[in-house]
Write a protein of this length. Structure first.
Length: 136
């Protein structure tokens, strides 16, 4: 949360050096913006909060996850989690983003899928590779 606050504070104070606000006030404002679809609050697997200023990017990336899983050569509807988080799958939505931004989006999208039971994590007993499985 401190880095989100610092980034917002820097940008807002660049416009008005007298602008002061608390964390609670900032989160309230972000919550209102999220309610109307202008931003999306993301949480990483480490519990860090980030604010996505282009929420449609997350929707498009999520759709690409499912399409890529369906293209699995074994027909399993899965993505190898390590490869996904390492950015080894090619997603058009991530083109032009900084590596750190890509990593946050991939991690946050995978976490959202797992939390909302859109997919589940399965580990192969043969090679201990974990997969995100998207059932039909």
């Amino acid at each position: 949360m401190p880095s989100v606050r610092r980034n917002c504070e820097k940008r807002l104070q660049a416009q008005d050096t007298k602008w002061q606000f608390t964390d609670a006030e900032m989160l309230t404002a972000v919550g209102h913006l999220e309610t109307h679809g202008y931003v999306k609050r993301l949480r990483t697997s480490r519990g860090e909060m980030r604010i996505l200023l282009a929420p449609e990017l997350l929707n498009n990336l999520a759709a690409s996850f499912v399409l890529e899983a369906r293209r699995n050569p074994k027909g399993l509807g899965s993505l190898e989690e390590k490869r996904l988080l390492a950015g080894e799958y090619s997603f058009a939505e991530l083109q032009g983003l900084a590596p750190a931004e890509r990593a946050i989006l991939l991690d946050s999208a995978a976490l959202l899928f797992l939390e909302h039971n859109v997919c589940f994590r399965e580990t192969s007993p043969l090679n201990l590779t974990s997969y995100l499985v998207f059932p039909d």
